[in-house]
Design a protein around this ligand. Structure first.
Ligand SMILES: [Fe+2]
Length: 293
């Protein structure tokens, strides 16, 4: 394997020569250390069928089964399908997922440690995933925001991004929201988290899922969050990776916010995500549920 680290101060190492079909647990452990260091890995020239993809991911940890079944691959529920292309004449997965800033599963008590995304059909035009380095975002956060968020916790939920499905027709939005909140009631996490491996601190707030700062008056909480979101959109903090054929992306959700971007609307697109719990607390002090290896 050849690892090309990012330039200083940037995220994302490129890994060439990785053969996912012969990946072992030991190799996955090494690669996990690499993703903690560089936050994002891009494996090049990857060819994988669905079963081999899943087998490879299992070396890295415990694959997650997404809480909404209509995102699942028809044969492998661990594969989360983002697609607007039917499979065997049937709608599979959900189109245009994650086109907002977020960290995967931030709205659950045990967020998703790491994420693989493997593009299967790359749309015409420039299709990218954008990232914000949340360690760097914290280092450069204005002092008054850092003061406001030190020792604070935030509330996160995903209800605003529920994607209305064919079976929801004739139902009130309020009813859909109440039903969504029954199985996904949101979660509270520290605004600043400490990584369980690197010991680095990162800001853990996203425009998509973070709703409020706990215990703060509403107006103040909204003002602080708006300022944080503006900070996170600073061009020097945002990086993007353009999807290339055979690229497999792998990133650390503790240290990055990400969003899907680019791609002309309506162009055929399909990607397969596998979220993997690495068996460590998401942050120092975070409880572990059923995500141990
Ligand atoms: Fe995501």
């Amino acid at each position: 394997m050849k690892v090309t680290p990012p330039p200083p101060g940037r995220i994302g190492a490129r890994v060439d020569g990785f053969d996912p079909k012969t990946c072992t647990r030991e190799q996955a452990t090494e690669l996990r250390q690499l993703v903690y260091r560089h936050k994002l890995l891009i494996f090049g020239n990857i060819e994988l069928d669905d079963l081999a993809y899943l087998a490879m991911a299992k070396n890295f940890g415990k694959p997650q089964i997404y809480h909404q079944a209509h995102y699942h691959h028809p044969r492998h529920p661990e594969i989360f399908v983002s697609s607007n292309v039917p499979m065997d004449g049937k709608k599979v997965g959900v189109a245009s997922t994650g086109r907002f800033w977020h960290s995967d599963y931030q709205f659950f008590d045990e967020p998703l440690s790491t994420t693989f995304v493997f593009p299967k059909i790359i749309p015409e035009g420039r299709r990218v995933t954008r990232y914000v380095d949340m360690v760097q975002a914290l280092r450069t956060l204005p002092a008054h925001l850092r003061d406001a968020l030190t020792n604070a916790t935030c509330f996160h939920e995903a209800v605003m991004y529920y994607k209305v499905q064919p079976w929801d027709i004739d139902r009130a939005i309020a009813e859909l929201m109440a039903e969504f909140r029954k199985h996904s009631p949101g979660a509270h996490h520290p605004a600043i988290i400490t990584h369980p491996v690197t010991g680095e601190q990162a800001l853990y707030i996203s425009e998509g899922f973070t709703m409020s700062v706990d215990g703060m008056p509403h107006e103040q909480s909204q003002t602080v969050l708006r300022e944080v979101f503006l900070h996170l959109n600073r061009s020097d903090l945002v990086q993007e990776h353009e999807w290339g054929k055979g690229d497999l992306m792998f990133w650390d959700n503790r240290q990055l916010n990400h969003m899907a971007g680019g791609g002309a609307p309506g162009q055929p697109s399909r990607s397969y995500r596998i979220g993997v719990y690495d068996g460590l607390p998401f942050y120092v002090g975070c409880k572990l549920e059923d995500t141990r290896l």
